[in-house]
Design a protein around this ligand. Sequence first.
Ligand code: CA
Length: 223
Amino acid sequence: MRLLVVEDEKDLNRILVKKLTSAGYSVDSCLDGSEAWDLLEYTSYDGVILDIMLPGLDGLTILRKMRSVSIAAPVLLLTARDTVPDRVKGLDTGANDYLVKPFSFDELMARIRAMTRPAFGMVDNRLQVDDLIMDCSSHKVERAGKEIILSAREYAILEYLMRNKGLVLSREKIENHVWNFDYEGGTNVVDVYIRYLRKKIDVDHEKKLIHTVRGRGYVLRDQ
Ligand code: CA
């Protein structure tokens, strides 16, 4: 999943990006509200971690602009101002959740998992397609009861396919969701990773779950 972190405290921004990246998210980040708006206008994010007090545009203005043009990405507000009116205003403006600084990273991770569930029709942290099961909090993947060890990138691609089960995803779409702006890869990088995933997920099973749709991309489905 691709996330945007908007936080002008440099150290906190850096730590957030590091923690989220090591948790398997693809992360873009910026320190300024105007830059955040540029990114939001042209990129489809699965979630946004948005500080309220920012140079350029403040967090609530960004949030209002997002919702006014129907950018529906879930937003977690970060605020140092632990006041009830701020929280109410944030939630009424269209935030999905908020955290008051300082916060624990475990809680942040849990809140990101919770706020990104509804878009994919999830009621808990588990994704399942046939006998393939992914636990998005422990990052454990198993097929037919046998654990499968995946690299961070393989996991991210499989998660994206599972969240969109039954939908054909183009190589470009997969690349945009799994890699951030820092990445400049070859055009066939997605094909390479799909090949790795097939080896781990499908090769030992008669029923294949990853399918190629010629000229369009890939789909994960159970029939
Ligand atoms: Ca700030």
